[in-house]
Write a protein that binds this ligand. Structure first.
Ligand code: BF8
Length: 664
């Protein structure tokens, strides 16, 4: 991966829209994350885990001849504590998101959530089933109240096991119990991490990291999984939709509103408000041809996969969108929102509107979003954006955008593979067993301004699908895929012949958009179903599969990586290691963890090496399962004859021919 080095002209992005906007930023002398990353050097002590600042005798820097902190803490203990605290930070962010959705579901059931409802009753029944909540002869709202209440209990539960642990394989559940890392309650594990990593408590690196796994599992099989399930119940379980992605989705002659952040409670209601005929007419009265909604970061994934609202970009696009001069309002809630937006929007007509009671931003207008008057609040926000349209000055919207097909929930994959009445992962398992599909990879996570935007993500995906590895994407990696055309039907032509044959036969793309970052739990569900379907071992660590986070940036990514490892996956992160200074911790998160839970976590800077290790791992797992060795030359005529014919078709017909019925 192109890491930006001193004295070297940095390659800031491989996205042409970003490059175009950065030229403008440079010409106008506007500060962006891309320029600040050159001004602010990463602290070399904290970079790889050598800094301990948990007490006032420090901060202690473990460098040179210094091998211990003032209290005697070793580098291993310090690096492990730092890592565990990152896991706790990430877990709390995802889980608080899930908690708020539980409150919303309860408010819906009690008739106190204006504009919301239960959009997917089938999912409500399914989740009630997981939770042991009776459904026969009961009103929807009664069931919803019980599901919301039970979900809420998962956060404060003090003893026992969180409910969704039962959705893992029996073998996995057993392993967690033996290791004592089954999560008891989400909040309990986060608090215990903070306690253990307080000065002078848990001082053994391996023991600290065991609890980091337990905390991460409370995220993956707790807070995040609940966030996904409750979102599906309230906003609908996604089905494939068409849209476009990148800054080119902004419109010159319409009021452009961007939603940015994470929680669909806000963005879904903004979608509803932008469809209000009165507001559309009001936009017309201000000279605009309509209201154009687009998204940034994960909330964008939420409304992309449920409404086909186009993503304007991933994490590093947030400032670039403002630079277009064409955004009337950027409406934000929580997570991944750069403070720089406050200052930046002062130089443009864009209004930055914060909405969460948890998050205020200097320079933003605060319009608190309360669920009991959600639709009214959303309309007020949209009206304010419309009022700002006449203030628009010069604009520069890059023309770049790519067509995407997004929104494949695990339920939909099940249906595509087996049909409505016999939904099953059997065809996928058979294809992997035969070697048409070599294996599977989840390519997930952020952008990071310290490395070239999208480069690691896109090159990794390109190489994997060319090597017949089915790829699922979430988060900002999903946005990158969309922006660079990897979620379009044309991408089928770049897949290996075996993978292409299967994708065409089943009607799924080689790069499957599976949602936002909390939806990485959909990957856990798919992997568990594949493992229990038969023929590919008994558990996630038997599968020829990997998890990759090429451009990770935040604590949430560390939590996701850790719960995937604890669930049995081999996980590779790009960028660089936050624990690289400690041989002891590196040994624990690779070899020791592999022995304990079957998965391991590696930090590898170069995407080529990530791809090499991924394919090597997939082939090793195939061999361990006694599957035929992967041989690309065995497959392929069916895909080869069909693709030129498909490429002749107009886009709409091509999408229909490749994926079947897709909504808009
Ligand atoms: O939760 S991928 S930069 S937007 S953290 Fe943030 Fe990373 Fe993007 Fe979504 Ni996920």
């Amino acid at each position: 991966m192109a890491k930006k080095k001193e004295n070297e002209a940095p390659v800031r992005s491989i996205d042409p829209a970003a490059c175009e906007m950065l030229e403008i930023a440079d010409a106008c002398g506007v500060s962006t994350v891309f320029s600040r990353v050159e001004e602010v050097r990463p602290c070399p002590i904290g970079l790889d885990g050598r800094c301990c600042k948990i007490c006032a005798m420090g901060p202690c820097r473990i460098t040179g001849k210094v091998t211990r902190g003032v209290c005697g803490a070793t580098l291993g203990t310090i690096a492990a504590r730092n890592f565990a605290r990152q896991v706790a930070g990430g877990t709390s962010a995802h889980s608080d998101h899930g908690r708020d959705l539980a409150f919303t579901l309860i408010a819906i059931a009690e008739g106190e959530a204006q504009g919301y409802g239960v959009r997917d009753e089938a999912k409500l029944y399914e989740v009630a089933g997981h939770m042991g909540i009776p459904t026969a002869d009961r009103e929807i709202n009664e069931i919803a109240l019980d599901v919301g209440t039970k979900a809420l209990e998962q956060f404060g539960q003090q003893r026992g096991e969180i409910i969704y642990v039962s959705r893992a394989t029996e073998k996995r559940q057993q392993r967690w119990r033996e290791l004592g890392i089954t999560p008891r309650g989400v909040d309990r594990e986060v608090v215990e991490t903070l306690h253990r990593t307080h000065e002078g408590v848990d001082l053994e690196a391996e023991h600290i990291l065991d609890h980091a796994m337990r905390t991460a599992l409370a995220d993956g099989w707790g807070g995040s999984m609940l966030a996904t399930d409750l979102s599906d119940i309230i906003f609908g379980t996604p089905n494939p939709l068409q849209a476009a992605a990148n800054l080119g989705v902004l419109k010159e002659d319409e009021v452009n509103i961007l939603v940015h952040g994470h929680e669909p409670t806000l963005s879904d209601m903004i979608v509803a408000a932008t469809l209000d005929p009165e507001l559309i007419e009001y936009a017309g009265s201000k000279g605009a041809k309509g209201i154009n909604l687009a998204g940034i970061c994960c909330t964008s994934n939420e409304i992309l996969m449920r409404h086909g609202i186009p993503p304007a970009g991933n994490f590093l696009h947030q400032e670039l969108a403002v630079l277009t001069g064409a955004v009337e309002a950027m409406v934000v809630d929580v997570q991944c929102i750069m403070q720089a937006l406050g200052e930046l929007t002062e130089d443009f007509h864009t209004e930055l509107i914060s909405t969460s009671r948890k998050a205020k931003i200097p320079g933003a207008v605060h319009m608190e979003f309360e669920e009991h008057r959600a639709l009214d609040a959303a309309k007020e926000i949209v009206r304010r954006a419309i009022d700002n349209y006449p203030n628009r000055g010069e604009t520069h919207i890059p023309e770049h955008k790519s067509g995407v097909v997004a929104g494949f929930s695990h339920e939909y994959l099940n249906y595509m593979l087996g049909g409505l009445y016999r939904g099953s992962f059997r065809p996928l398992n058979d294809a992997i067993m035969a070697g048409r599909i070599r294996g599977a990879a989840g390519v997930v996570g952020c952008n990071n301004a310290r490395v070239t935007q999208d480069e690691g993500i896109i090159n990794t995906i390109r190489e994997l699908i060319a090597n017949d590895v089915l790829v699922v994407v979430t988060g900002c990696a999903a946005h990158a895929s969309g922006k660079h055309g990897y979620l379009s039907p044309e991408m089928m032509a770049n897949a290996g012949t075996g993978l292409r044959e299967v994708c065409e036969a089943i009607g799924i793309p080689p790069v499957v958009h599976l949602g936002s970052c909390v939806d990485n739990t959909r990957i856990l569900t798919v992997l568990t179903q594949v493992a229990t379907e038969g023929g590919l071992g008994e558990d996630i660590d038997d599968l020829p599969a990997v998890g990759i986070c090429p451009e990770y940036m935040c604590e949430k990514a560390i939590a996701i990586g850790t719960y995937c490892v604890a669930s049995g996956a081999y996980v590779l992160f790009g960028v660089g290691s936050p624990v690289g200074a400690s041989e002891e911790v590196n040994h624990i998160i690779t070899e020791v963890w592999e022995e304990k839970v079957g998965g391991k976590l590696e930090f590898v800077e170069d995407w080529r090496e990530i791809v090499r290790r991924s394919l090597e791992h997939i082939d090793k797992k195939r061999a361990a399962l006694g599957l035929p060795e992967y041989d690309a030359s065995k497959w392929g005529r069916s895909g080869d004859w069909r693709m030129p014919e498909l490429l002749e078709l107009p886009l709409e017909e091509r999408i229909e021919a490749v994926y079947g019925a897709v909504g808009k």
